[in-house]
Every structure is written in structure tokens, then in C-alpha cells.
Design a protein around this ligand. Structure first.
Ligand code: G6Q
Length: 543
């Protein structure tokens, strides 16, 4: 059996280096190395990463890289790209990289080249998207589609919802694209309340086509449509499915031959954005722009596959996160995009990261004796500055942050963008260097207030900069985080591509649901708290 990660000599060396660096301030690290910003930066696929404001030095970075190699990070990466069943707990390959492979080379799963099928589905999606965008796809009563409502949850919602918002400036504005995920009827009701059924197309996005929330919303959508159009045949013109499960799609009443866009079991839910799950995005921005998004993903994929770890952006981000989580006590990680279009990025990354690496046993099934994936959170700048940044600056917890920004705005109005970016740069500077007591006192602060106005600094940040929020830049950014998460799974020796916790949630609610609606006085066999809550709900649910 492999040694546990924290038994490796490389781990122990990191532990010692962390102890030595704990008392070092970023001020001292910058003073000691004038070329620090040049030394600790790297670039790929349109993204520049400055990681110099991190609590590392050359020696720590060398030890982190040595640890990555001791974990066989490069070999594991190559195994994923070559279609090996690296998702071992589910016995599946992990090949979201094939979905955006633009090289023309075959990508094999079990000996079979999957690329012809990937291209065929992309081609069908493009035809469909063009037909909807151009008005050729007509609803049951002959009207063109003006509203697209995507019904899906988790991996079948967060990615397309995030990208549709992020690339809104490239979208066909005559089309309204909305997302319904929550089984709370409010989500559906509010999404359709001002829509004309004759002009509305529903996309039912579900890999398994068994998910309670999605099927409930899809059935409600069908009833809503039929109540207005009064003809079963309308379903064929107003519903399409994005799924791997043709049998259940057909059972729902959607023509699986013509109106279903398939994907495959080697695409994980939270990694499915570039598959048929991306259809709402393609309808919004068009197949050409969608292709540019895939180009950006592919460029970062190639960088991840080929660049040495020393210059490899996903590997570097992964190692830094690992360093803070396991050696410097950080429990969370903030993602702070300085772009309003990226408002949904933290929510998207929350799933990608926390569902992948929120694991407590290693690959040998042993309880891990070290922290794994952190709590990921964030909000767009500058809003966060007027809210939770206080804790990052002066609180007692260490919160490493990623600051993400662009050199040009999609909406260049007046001096907004310079002000936005000035805030980004100023925040990372203040977090790193703080304001010493002496500086605060020298500014004429009354002595009693000096402790309150002193900023310790030494708060680590990464800065990610790209020229402009283009589809390609966004694709590369998402791929960067996907691969960072992959690398961290290797560093922590956990399986990143299963989600048994999610599966549990899917089962548990089923039992309780029956009890909420059972006639009479059903016997409740939960704990005292759950029994009492269910009983209270049963008494009050009808008002
Ligand atoms: C993602 C998870 C989960 C999944 C949803 C929806 O990796 O497995 O978020 O995407 O539960 O599942 P379906 O697409 O099968 O409806």
C-alpha cells in the first residue's frame, strides 16, 4: 500500500519550511528579492499569473514541486489525458478535455476514438442553435422562439448559467435565456411568469435523466405548456433534452432521435460545460463564439498537458492552495473576480472544487490525517470590498485570495474600468504589505486608535490578468481551475471525480417525501428532532 501523503519525506520537508517561513513577512520577502515579481509569475493561454504575493520563497516552491513529483502528478495527468479510467470509484475515464480537443488527433476510450462522435454532436448542436437564433425553428403555432429556459441542476445548470452570464455581451439580445434549477416552484414560476408559451423552448438538461428536481421542473414545464397550447404534439416543438439516457428521455415524451443531444459517461456532471450541456450557451452566443470558448479551453488544456510544472499555471495554483490548507492553516479560499459578468464564477467554482475535493478518505480508503479541499467562496469586486474584505484584512483567519481582472472592459464607459482595476491592484498591495503601527502613528493617528488602524498585512493573493473577457479567455480560465482541482486531488490523494455525498442527498429526500404526504398518522422512524420537524410540517402544510 502506498505511504500516506503526510508520511512522505517531501511532506516533512514542506512542514519544516513552512515553520521557518511562518514568521517571515511578505515585506521581508520582497525586500530580500527585488526580482520577486518576475520570478514568481507565469503566463499561458492569454492569462498572466502573478503569484509573488504569496508566503513562499524559492526554496518552498522547490519543495512544493518536489512534493508534486513525489505524488507522480505528471504521470497522473498523462493518464487522465490518455483516457485511462482514473475515476476508479466509478470505473470511468475522465475526458472532458476531449470535448474541446481541437487538435484533430484521436482520443480513445477503451480503444475507441471518441472524437468523431464529439464532432457529430457539436455539429448537430450548431445546426439547432442556428435554427433557433435565426428563427427557422418554429414553435407549435408557427411562431419563432424568443425564450429558452434551461431546466437542470448542479453540473447541468451552474456551468451554462455562469457562462451565459459571463458572455452576455456576445449574446443575441433578442433571445431571453433563463435557468431553472431549484425544485422550489418559485424558481419555475418566476422564470416563466412573463413568457409566451408559443415562443418558449425548454431544454431539459440531465445527464442521468433521473434527478428529482429536474424531472419535477420538466413535468411542470410540460403541464404549463400544454395548459396554454392544448395539444400534446406541441411537446415536440418546445422541448429538447441534453442527456446520456435516451430511454428515459423518450419515456418523458421527447423525441430522442431528433430532439436529444447526447453526451457520455466519461463526462462528469460538473465538467460537462463543453458537452451538449453547453447548448443554452451556444444558442445565446452562437456556434462561432462557442467554438472560441472551446479554443480557450483547449489552449489551457495543452498548456497543462505540456508545460513543465515550474511554469504550469494549474499546477502552481494547486500547490499554493495546498500549501496554505495543509501547512499554514487556511480553511477557505476566496475567488474575487473584478468583472460584473463573472458574478456567477464563485458559485460555479464552489461546485467544481468542493464537490471534487471535499473528500475525507484517501485513494486507499483510509481516513486522511490532513486537511483536503477548502471552503471556496467569493463575490465580484468591488462589492466584496464594502462587505467581507474587512475580515480578510484584519480578521484572525488566513484567507488566500485569487483576484481576477481584465485590462479592457466590455463596457468602456468613462473611467469606470480604471477605477475598478485600481481597486484590484490596491487591495492586493494592502493585503500583502498592510500598514505598520509606525506608519499609522506617523500619519497623525491618535495613539489610542493606532492598534485599530494597523493592518498586519502578509495576506496572500494571486492575481490573474487577461486582456479582455472574450469567450477564449473565459474558456482558458475555467480550464485553469478545472486542472487546478485535478492537481489538488493528486496532492491530497483523493478521488476528485466521484460525489457520493451528492448521491446520498438524492436518496434521503425520497423517504422523507413519502412521510410528508402519507395519509393518516405514519410512523416516523428518524431521530427525535427530525420526527418532530416532520410532524410540525404535516400539521401546518395546508395552512
Ligand atoms: C456533478 C454532480 C451533480 C449533478 C447533478 C445533476 O458533478 O454529479 O451536481 O450534475 O446532480 O445530475 P443530472 O445531470 O444527472 O441531472
Amino acid at each position: 500500500m502506498n505511504p500516506r501523503r503526510n508520511e512522505l519525506v517531501e511532506w516533512k520537508a514542506l512542514s519544516q519550511r513552512a515553520a521557518a517561513l511562518r514568521g517571515q513577512h511578505l515585506r521581508a520577502l520582497f525586500a530580500a528579492d527585488p526580482d520577486r515579481a518576475g520570478r514568481f509569475s507565469a503566463e499561458a493561454a492569454g492569462w498572466f499569473l502573478d503569484y509573488s504575493k504569496n508566503r513562499i520563497d524559492q526554496e518552498a516552491l522547490g519543495l512544493l514541486l518536489a512534493y508534486a513529483r513525489a505524488c507522480r502528478l505528471e504521470a497522473e495527468r498523462d493518464a487522465m489525458f490518455s483516457g485511462e479510467a482514473v475515476n476508479r470509484t466509478e470505473g470511468r475515464a475522465v475526458l472532458h478535455v476531449a470535448l474541446r480537443d481541437r487538435s484533430g488527433r484521436p482520443v480513445r476510450v477503451g480503444g475507441q476514438d471518441v472524437m468523431p462522435e464529439v464532432r457529430r454532436v457539436l455539429g448537430r448542436m450548431a445546426e439547432f442553435a442556428e435554427a433557433v437564433r435565426g428563427g427557422a425553428w418554429l414553435g407549435h403555432t408557427g411562431k419563432r422562439v424568443r425564450n429558452v429556459v434551461n431546466i437542470g441542476i448542479g453540473g447541468s445548470d451552474l456551468g451554462p448559467a455562469m457562462v451565459t452570464e459571463a458572455l452576455r455581451s456576445y449574446a443575441e439580445r433578442g433571445l431571453c435565456v433563463r435557468f431553472v434549477s431549484n425544485v422550489d416552484a418559485t424558481h419555475f414560476a418566476e422564470a416563466v411568469r412573463d413568457l409566451d408559451a408559443e415562443e418558449t423552448l425548454f431544454l431539459v438538461a440531465s445527464k442521468t435523466f433521473t434527478t428529482q428536481e429536474t424531472l419535477t421542473n420538466a413535468r411542470t414545464a410540460r403541464a404549463w405548456l400544454l395548459a396554454r397550447l392544448r395539444d400534446e404534439r406541441a411537446v415536440a416543438r418546445h422541448f429538447a433534452a441534453l442527456s446520456t439516457n435516451a430511454a428515459l428521455v423518450a419515456e418523458f415524451g421527447i423525441d430522442a432521435q431528433r430532439n436529444m443531444f447526447p453526451f457520455w459517461d466519461w463526462v462528469g456532471g460538473r465538467y460537462s460545460l463543453c458537452s451538449a450541456i453547453g447548448l443554452p450557451v451556444m444558442i445565446a452566443i452562437g456556434p462561432g463564439r462557442f467554438g472560441e470558448l472551446l479554443d480557450g479551453f483547449h489552449a489551457m488544456d495543452r498548456h497543462f498537458a505540456e508545460a513543465p510544472l515550474e511554469r504550469n499555471l494549474p499546477a502552481l495554483l494547486a500547490l499554493l492552495g495546498f500549501w496554505y490548507a495543509d501547512f499554514l492553516g487556511a480553511e477557505s479560499h476566496a475567488v474575487l473576480p473584478y468583472d460584473q459578468y463573472l458574478a456567477r464564477l464563485p458559485a460555479y467554482l464552489q461546485q467544481a472544487d468542493m464537490e471534487s475535493n471535499g473528500k475525507g478518505v484517501d485513494r486507499a480508503g483510509r481516513r486522511v490525517a490532513y486537511p483536503t479541499g477548502p471552503v471556496l467562496w467569493g463575490e465580484p469586486g468591488t462589492n466584496g470590498q464594502h462587505a467581507f474584505y474587512q475580515l480578510i484584512h484584519q480578521g484572525t483567519r488566513l484567507v488566500p485570495c485569487d483576484f481576477i481582472g481584465f485590462c479592457r472592459s466590455r463596457n468602456p464607459l468613462g473611467d469606470h474600468h480604471d477605477k475598478l482595476m485600481a481597486n484590484l491592484f490596491a487591495q492586493t498591495e494592502a493585503l500583502a504589505f498592510g500598514r505598520t503601527e509606525a506608519e499609522v502613528a506617523a500619519a497623525g493617528t491618535p495613539p489610542a486608535l493606532v492598534p485599530f488602524k494597523t493592518f498586519e498585512g502578509n495576506r496572500p493573493t494571486n492575481t490573474l490578468l487577461a486582456e479582455e473577457l472574450t469567450p477564449a479567455a473565459l474558456g482558458a480560465l475555467v480550464a485553469l481551475y478545472e486542472h487546478k482541482i485535478f492537481c489538488q486531488g493528486i496532492l491530497w490523494d483523493v478521488y476528485s471525480f466521484d460525489q457520493w455525498g451528492v448521491e446520498l442527498g438524492k436518496q434521503l429526500a425520497g423517504t422523507v417525501l413519502k412521510e410528508l404526504t402519507a395519509p393518516g398518522d405514519p410512523e416516523l422512524r428518524h431521530d427525535g428532532s427530525t420526527n418532530a420537524l416532520i410532524a410540525r410540517y404535516r400539521r401546518l402544510r395546508r395552512g
